[in-house]
Design a protein around this ligand. Structure first.
Ligand code: SAM
Length: 268
């Protein structure tokens, strides 16, 4: 079992050996967070989910084919299905997809990695909610955006959110440690060493975690890439999207992370 603590600053968009969304124990904790309607932890709180759903409904073709990338336990998928959409959801968190498929048999759920195994089919609307695009490297982002573009019919839209440059007001370089006898990160005693690194030249933050349990040390890196409105427009136009609009101040606030997000509607 690995016992090494990694203390060095990650290289830009470095991938860690462990992933919070697929870790066997943590994915279950994340599912619990998703299902708490008052929490902004893994999904936004219910009030914000309803507002985002209305925003998507106001931009998309009614009762059409919708793909939800990183659907989690299907909180949005269910709302769109109930509005008459033909919904596909994809996520690589097994606990979330198991929950989602058990809850709703009338929604097509796929357990998979949308960057490396993009789902087949054509869609009118693709959504990716809770700043998930910004967790990927610029290379993975572009690979994913090309697949999204290909999967949309002419006139189809991609709706997603990313953090703006205002993120730098809410995050800063830091180091901390937490000790617990069972909790979010492990069911038994653990020590969590957390570090935040800022990469101003890349508009990104890295959150590095060393999770020390009695038996092993797990290493996680989570990325947040932030954008200006102009930069994200350029990224999407380079892929081929012909019309891109930026929407701010849709949500009231966030109890877990920054609320500096902007929503983007990109039309093919
Ligand atoms: C912040 S959560 C948001 C979930 C959902 N969109 C919501 O707002 O309720 C990000 C989700 O994306 C999923 N995810 C991240 N990267 C993924 C990938 N490469 N392939 C599939 N799912 C991924 C995670 O498992 C997680 O469920």
């Amino acid at each position: 079992m690995n016992k090494e603590i990694i203390d060095k600053e990650p290289t830009i968009f470095e991938k860690s050996t462990c992933n919070i969304w697929t870790d066997p124990y943590i994915q279950q904790q994340l599912l619990n967070e998703h299902l708490n309607p008052m929490s902004d932890g893994a999904s936004r709180k219910q009030e914000s989910i309803l507002r985002i759903t209305d925003f998507v409904l106001s931009h998309s073709k009614p009762k059409s084919r919708l793909l939800d990338l990183g659907c989690g336990p299907g909180l949005y998928a269910t709302l769109f299905k109930d509005k008459g959409y033909e919904v596909t959801g994809v996520d690589f968190n097994k606990a979330s997809i198991y929950y989602a498929t058990t809850e709703r048999k009338d929604i097509r759920y796929i357990l998979g990695d949308y960057v490396n195994e993009y789902p087949n089919g054509k869609y009118d609307t693709v959504i990716m909610i809770y700043c998930d695009l910004g967790t990927h490297s610029d290379n993975d982002r572009d690979k994913l955006l090309k697949n999204i573009y290909q999967s949309l019919d002419e006139g189809g839209i991609f709706i997603f959110d990313v953090f703006t440059e205002e993120l730098v007001k809410d995050k800063s370089e830091s180091k901390s440690w937490d000790y617990a006898v069972g909790g979010f990160w492990d069911k038994e005693e653990y020590l969590l060493l957390s570090q935040t690194f800022h990469y101003p030249e890349n508009n990104a933050f890295a959150y590095q975690y060393n999770l020390l349990t009695k038996s092993e040390t797990k290493h996680f890196i989570v990325w947040d890439r932030y954008y200006s409105g102009e930069e994200i427009k350029l990224v999407l136009k380079t892929i081929g999207f012909r019309k891109v609009t930026v929407h701010k101040n849709i949500l009231d606030g966030n109890d877990f992370t920054s609320n500096s997000e902007m929503f983007i509607v990109a039309e093919k």
